[in-house]
Design a protein around this ligand. Sequence first.
Ligand SMILES: [Fe+2]
Ligand SMILES: [Fe+2]
Length: 302
Amino acid sequence: MGPSEETLVEAALRVLSTADPFEKARLGDSVATRWLDGAIAESYHPHRNLLVPDRPARLSTVRLVPPSLMPKLGKAGSLQSRVAIVHSLAHIESWAIDLSWDIIARFGKQEAMPKEFFTDFVKVAQDEGRHFTLLASRLEELGSYYGALPAHDGLWDSATATSKDLLSRLAVEHCVHEARGLDVLPTTISRFRNGGDNITADLLESVVYPEEITHCAAGVKWFKYLCQRSINPSSDKEEQETCAASCGSTSDENEVIPKFHAIVRTHFRGPLKPPFNEAARKAAGFGPEWYEPLAVKEANTQ
Ligand SMILES: [Fe+2]
Ligand SMILES: [Fe+2]
């Protein structure tokens, strides 16, 4: 690799330091395309140590409020409610772009992750950029714009809480928050249909929903990989280069699932909220034994 050649992690840092979410999405898309085409050769440089920002650059024009002070979104029965829901979804997607580049930049080299890890999260990042752009332009079709309403940064709070540990980042962001998105999206989609907004319903149903399943799947896959790697650290490097080789069978889940429960209980406040979308979660690679026990309040935390 030439000394001036940009690595994927360096490109990820450029995306993280771009404040405007439209530009963030555009830049992320071009980095992703170059990585997937092989035009970016290396995921990271072994001797260049780079600082990942505590918080990515963000627009200061979006008014932030604590989650508890967010105005009610409503049930998509009125235009005002539909705008509020699409605005909130666009805001989540803007954070999802940052979260994907952050996991690449923060943990890829630190945890010596295989190339497949970078590729999986580059694809997630590209999807999130597309989701943001599509939802923000839908917002304009509905007579509003991104930044017109207040928003909250709860997603980044949990990213900060998991910034020291990749296992907890994967568990909380991808297997809890993104999985929760899968639980609630079908209801959101039918509310838009009932409210007569088939365009937003179709966008959520045909683009966002199926792609979110693959994001959750990436979280589950790399959570399993890291657990397997720690259980069996002696397995040779070549085997570890692909997740398929070391991402475990059902019997391995006996060790992986208790670890998942412990991490979620430590890093996520409160029980998970049923009902769960079992079919979508199954498609993402995890069954009820992963999440059902977390829906119950532990006796000593009451
Ligand atoms: Fe998304
Ligand atoms: Fe996602």
